[in-house]
Design a binder for this molecule. Structure first.
Ligand code: DGL
Length: 267
């Protein structure tokens, strides 16, 4: 494997770019190939079997594109498809849930942890299971935030509408005495100011991406596969939906213009 081969990342939409941001910060020499399944977003309301099938299909696409490692930059796809994807390809595949669970336990003092995520992730029980497997004393409180992803994908992350939903969803934590909140959907760090404004500064935010990228770095370093290129990499972006809409939102999230976004048919 070529150490300058790209890192593959994917999500249902623009949310996974919050993971790409962490790659740019911690591993600036790595080239990224990002796939956004915007033709089929949101994954949250879908059955686990469909999400698993999409996950395997996209991880195979990224392997064909030459990726040396894939980060599933989507909690919903991690919960439904991480193991199936790991079995389907030769390259290492990591998700965001285990790293998020680890970071939550490193952060919490009172062991009362809130998780905000999609409907499918909450229903899967993946965060609760993973956190409790690492620390049986921990209490986990999950809340599905049904409308967040569709509104973010529609460019409405700063709208009154999303703020209204946030107040409604986060009210569940008022009597739970949590000291830590996991942003268990990669779209949600885009709402950090709004969410922290509601839950207050006594609740520490956990972004699983930070730990997931650390893990990717460790795997690559152990395999001698960290990039040694000296010039800035040319990243590549693909979508299954509208390339122009993705390029516009993506440029805001990554604070840089995106190169031409490729369109891939996924069925
Ligand atoms: N960003 C995704 C996640 O981390 C999924 C959002 C969705 O498609 O519903 O779960």
């Amino acid at each position: 494997m070529d150490k300058n081969a790209p890192l593959g990342l994917f999500d249902s939409g623009v949310g996974g770019l919050t993971v790409v941001r962490e790659v740019f910060k911690s591993l600036p020499r790595e080239k990224v190939i990002y796939f956004a399944d915007t033709g089929r977003v949101p994954y949250g309301p879908l059955p686990q079997e469909d999400i698993q099938r999409f996950t395997v299909q996209i991880v195979q696409f990224l392997e064909e594109k030459g990726a040396k490692l894939v980060i599933i930059a989507c909690n919903t796809a991690t919960a439904a498809g991480l193991e199936a994807a790991q079995e389907a390809v030769e390259i290492p595949v990591i998700g965001v849930i285990k790293p998020g669970a680890q970071l939550a336990l490193e952060t919490t003092v009172n062991k009362r942890v809130g998780v905000i995520a999609t409907e499918a992730t909450i229903k899967s029980g993946a965060y609760e299971e993973t956190i409790k497997a690492m620390d049986p004393e921990a209490e986990v409180f999950g809340q599905a935030c049904y409308e967040f992803t569709p509104l973010i994908e529609a460019g409405k992350k700063d709208s009154d509408e999303i703020a209204e939903y946030a107040r409604e969803y986060l009210a569940t934590f008022e009597d739970k005495d949590i000291d830590t909140l996991v942003y268990g959907c990669t779209h949600y760090p885009l709402l950090e100011d709004l969410v922290q404004g509601i839950v207050g500064e006594k609740v520490a935010p956990v972004n699983p991406a930070i730990k997931a990228v650390e893990q990717a770095q460790q795997i690559l370093s152990e395999a001698g596969l960290l990039s040694d290129r000296s010039e800035d990499p040319d990243h590549e972006y693909f979508v299954s939906g509208d390339p122009a809409a993705f390029a516009e939102l993506g440029a805001v999230i990554l604070e840089r213009p995106l190169p031409e976004v490729g369109k891939v048919d996924m069925k």
